[in-house]
Ligand binder design. Structure first.
Ligand code: NAD
Length: 352
């Protein structure tokens, strides 16, 4: 595929996808509304590349999307734009329904109208790739079970319910209208350019500054972690070689309790940047009241993606986490404005 429209390409995973595609020589039309989670600074390394065009806009704006699809002769859409933070979905679910459900419906409407107007090879090769999460499958017991593509949906949070709804709409647009779709459901991502409200970047930066490290409950919840660049590669593979109408689970088989994640970050930082008093950063851990509806465990079986499409994660949790901590140590220019509250895409001079 020569030209791909990526939605949410100024976010954490979207910007990794855009950097990866642009580096491969693909033309990327990067559509992002620049909510609090969108940051053009994450695209600084590719901003002058001729095969990257940033469009500030909303996935719900059907005429604008149609105009861009037609003008650029887009061959595939990778849909990552979403509200993505579970805690925010508990405080304000409306925005999640608006963006993740209604926004996806509007994007599907634009994609369908565009696809219906294509002919020949352009029509048969077009794909709509919906990027989703393992959280749609709900909760696993601590000691057994793994999510496959056939696991029934059982979302627990407003976030995961909104993503589950959008997955269903995407499948319905395939079954009802024939839109050529592929879907993928991925486990928790981590890596560079991750907004510091999420567990790993928040812990790295708090630990670096000697601040307390909040951990929900007893830190026993288990997540299956994947380095973001491995996800970006998987997504490109699913878009270009996945079977129409199918979904693929993406995960690195790196299950860790939240407490183990936080402790590992403390140990990496203690070795690289010891605290002035020589104390272990593990002493900064603060167990806080658990999140309501907090799923115990997620675990992804990525066998289908590995066997059918030949994907393999390149990083394991130890190598990926060491890289991630190193990146935050070296890229204060990116996270300092967010941490200090002076951050806004516009004030940083990154306005589209
Ligand atoms: P993110 O919150 O970092 O980025 C979301 C991006 O979408 C932001 O740049 C934001 O400005 C943009 N956006 C929001 N509403 C928009 C709208 N109406 N129109 C256009 N752009 C809009 O999210 P992320 O962590 O990069 O996740 C990307 C996708 O991957 C999401 O769909 C998420 O559900 C899915 N996912 C995330 C993870 C994870 O661990 N982060 C794991 C699996 C799946």
């Amino acid at each position: 595929m020569k030209t791909i429209l990526v939605t949410g390409g100024a976010g954490f995973i979207g910007s990794a996808v855009v950097r990866y595609l642009v580096g491969k020589g693909v033309r990327v039309v990067n559509l992002d509304k620049l909510t609090y989670a969108g940051n053009l600074a994450s695209l600084a390394s590719i901003k002058d590349m001729p095969n990257h065009r940033f469009v500030r806009g909303d996935i719900a704006d059907v005429p604008m999307i149609l105009a861009n699809l037609r003008e650029e002769n887009v061959e595939g859409i990778m849909h990552l734009a979403a509200e993505s933070h579970v805690d925010r979905s508990i405080d304000g679910p409306g925005e999640f329904i608006e963006t993740n459900v209604v926004g996806t419906f509007r994007l599907l409407s634009a994609a369908l109208e565009y696809w219906r107007g294509l002919e020949g090879e352009a029509r048969s090769c077009f794909r709509f790739h919906h990027i989703s999460t393992d959280e749609v499958f709900g909760d696993l017991p601590f000691d057994s079970g793994i999510f496959t593509e056939d696991t029934p949906y059982a979302p627990s949070s407003p976030y995961s319910a909104s993503k589950a709804a959008s997955d269903h709409f995407v499948r319905a647009w395939h079954e009802t209208y024939g839109l050529p779709v592929v879907l993928s459901n991925c486990s928790n991502n981590y890596g560079p350019y991750h907004f510091p409200e999420k567990l790993i970047p928040l812990t790295i930066l708090n630990a670096l500054e000697g601040k307390t490290l909040p951990v929900y409950g007893k830190g026993e919840n288990v997540r299956d972690w994947l380095y973001v660049d491995d996800h970006a590669k998987a997504l490109h593979l699913v878009l270009t070689t996945g079977k129409v109408g199918e979904s693929y689970n993406v995960g690195g088989r790196n299950e860790r309790t939240n407490l183990a994640v936080v402790e590992t970050i403390c140990d990496i930082l203690d070795a690289r940047v010891p605290l002035p008093d020589g104390k272990s950063r593990r002493e900064l851990i603060d167990f806080v009241t658990d999140r309501p509806g907090h799923d115990r465990r997620y675990a992804i079986d990525a066998t289908k993606l590995e066997n059918e499409l030949g994907w393999q994660a390149e990083e394991n949790f130890e190598t990926g986490l060491a890289k991630t901590v190193g990146w935050y140590l070296e890229n204060e220019w990116w996270w300092e404005p967010i941490r200090s509250g002076s951050y806004s895409g516009e004030r940083l001079g990154t306005k589209a």
